[in-house]
Design a protein around this ligand. Structure first.
Ligand code: SF4
Ligand code: SF4
Length: 317
């Protein structure tokens, strides 16, 4: 039993088990037009890993067998996958609601013309990273020029109804600029709305706060600054038992770019596939065996249970 499972033993005495599959998250590849300092997957323009069409076909087959509410596409920058639009269209034809995790700046890349309109036409929900409303903090994490291009992309999306029309949500994502927990989500949302509204007149639907995972580039930076142990201690001592029911691994499953199944995108970063006897590749996807699987946990799980909790959908409590 690892430290995390010891911590939750009073709540889940047989380990952490999933409850249902409401969301199927699909990682379309690790290539990204950015190279952010906190990226848990160490995505970058140099990465070659990419989901291929035959694997997407297996995902489409799996989707027919599972009664999930949402297909959540992530990466890297999922839009850079050459089969991205074909895959989204096929999912929509299956009648599935599709959500894309976009870094915004990719929408301004040369080969991406018409992508915002494609999103609107297919009623794709958008979750977009904007780790601060201040330029200097965004550029420190995500690179020079990213703030201005992100605002430009939000303006284009707003022009199509994103962030104001029902059915076209544009949720923004905050993550801390260092080894500390996010502030309360609703308070920060008010600040974002006021600052982005006053400065640029842009709108968004909701703000989601996500805790930095001690993985990938963020972990490398912690080690470099000799802050890793302090951060891990902060996560452990901020354990909040109320977050355990809502942990995202209990409500979703992640498909890696090569079809391997993971309990979450963080376990993907650690190359820790689904285990404990459940099928671990999309080709053998069986909802009944996966729905109530035992989740693979580790020290990093304390980032999901710290404070108000954290998930791809923001705070948990
Ligand atoms: S955090 Fe997102 S935008 Fe930044 S490098 Fe990673 S995948 Fe790309
Ligand atoms: S890191 Fe993944 S497996 Fe661990 S608690 Fe968070 S969502 Fe669940």
């Amino acid at each position: 039993m690892n430290e995390f499972e010891k911590q939750i033993a009073g709540i889940c005495d047989k380990g952490l088990y999933s409850l249902k599959i409401e969301t199927l998250q699909v990682n379309l590849g690790l290539r990204c037009n950015q190279q952010c300092s906190h990226c848990h997957l160490e995505a970058s323009p140099q990465r070659k890993e990419m989901m291929e069409w035959p694997t997407m076909q297996m995902v489409l087959k799996a989707v027919e067998t599972v009664d999930c509410k949402l297909i959540d596409l992530t990466g890297g920058a999922p839009e850079l996958n050459p089969n991205f639009r074909r895959f989204v269209k096929a999912l929509c034809q299956e009648g599935r609601r599709v959500q894309v995790r976009t870094n915004l700046t990719v929408l301004l890349e040369p080969d991406m013309e018409g992508l915002p309109e494609f999103f609107r036409d297919h009623r794709v929900q958008l979750v977009a990273s904007l780790p601060c409303y201040l330029q200097e903090n965004v550029c420190a994490q995500r690179g020079r020029g990213v703030y201005e291009r992100s605002i430009e992309a939000i303006k284009r999306l707003n022009g199509l109804g994103y962030g104001s029309e029902s059915g076209l949500p544009l949720n923004l994502v905050y993550n801390p600029g260092g080894p500390f927990l996010p502030p309360p989500q609703l308070d920060l949302e008010k600040d974002y709305r006021r600052e982005l509204g006053q400065r640029f007149g842009v709108a968004f639907t909701r703000l989601l706060t996500i805790t930095n995972m001690p993985l990938g580039r963020f972990r490398a930076e912690l080690i470099r600054k000799k802050e890793e142990e302090n951060y891990l201690q902060l996560l452990r001592k901020s354990f909040n038992p109320q977050t355990v029911t809502g942990l995202m691994c209990r409500h979703q499953i992640s498909v890696g770019w090569d079809g391997t199944l993971y309990d979450c995108d963080f376990n993907l970063a650690l190359a820790l596939p689904v285990n404990h006897g459940a099928p671990n590749h999309i080709r053998s996807f069986k909802p009944l065996d996966l729905r109530m699987r035992r989740v693979v946990t580790g020290e990093h799980c304390f980032a999901c249970t710290a404070g108000s909790g954290s998930s791809c959908g923001g705070a948990l409590v």
